[in-house]
Ligand binder design. Structure first.
Ligand code: PRP
Length: 183
């Protein structure tokens, strides 16, 4: 049943499952036969649901880890300053292919910063996968390596995405009713 605060379902459970299967198959194909270790790196908190589904469908040995970031100050996503709240606790990344897992790419600043950070830390490779992408919101030049679905600039919740920490557990991605956040 659709949540009362949801205006419309944008990506259904069925569509999400198809996206997960399709992206997992591509990743499996792209990373198979390597000597290096595949590490799925989820960016907390929004990525956890997608991460959980993705890791079940990639038909390769893999490890998981998490990072958490925030922007400096309030509402300063535009400043481009990304603050690492929880770092990756691995010393030697030289034999690790990192695949950063995100729920959504907006300005692109989080992922472009993290790609640079992890590359400088010595990862063998760094790539990115996102369920959703809002290309119209981009402020830096960034293109994810794997994208589930490009969406318009709507307020989306569910499947990991929140408004005020709510709705993350919804099994689909929905558009939040304007009245919920405009009051
Ligand atoms: C969201 C999302 C990305 C980031 C994308 O996280 O999960 O990490 O914003 O935005 P950007 O492309 O403009 O950098 P958020 O800060 O909402 O935290 P959360 O995942 O804990 O909800």
């Amino acid at each position: 049943m659709i949540n009362k605060d949801v205006e419309k379902i944008l990506v259904s459970e069925q569509e999400i499952l198809e996206i997960v299967k399709s992206i997992s198959a591509q990743i499996t194909e792209d990373y198979k036969g390597r000597d290096s270790k595949l590490l799925l790196l989820g960016i907390l908190k929004g990525s956890v649901v997608f991460m959980g589904d993705l890791m079940k469908h990639i038909a390769l040995p893999l490890e998981i880890d998490f990072m958490k970031v925030s922007s400096y100050g309030s509402g300063t996503k535009t400043s481009g300053n990304v603050n690492i709240v929880l770092d990756i606790h691995r010393n030697d990344l030289s034999n690790i292919d990192i695949l950063i897992v995100e729920d959504i790419v907006d300005s692109g600043k989080t992922l472009s910063y993290l790609c640079e950070y992890l590359t400088l830390k010595g990862a063998k490779s760094v790539k990115t996968v996102t369920l959703l992408d809002k290309p119209s919101r981009r402020e830096v030049d960034f293109v994810p390596d794997y994208t589930g679905k490009q969406i318009p600039d709507e307020f989306v919740i569910g499947y990991g995405l929140d408004y005020d920490e709510k709705y993350r557990a919804l099994p689909y991605v929905g558009i939040l009713k304007r009245e919920v956040y405009s009051n």
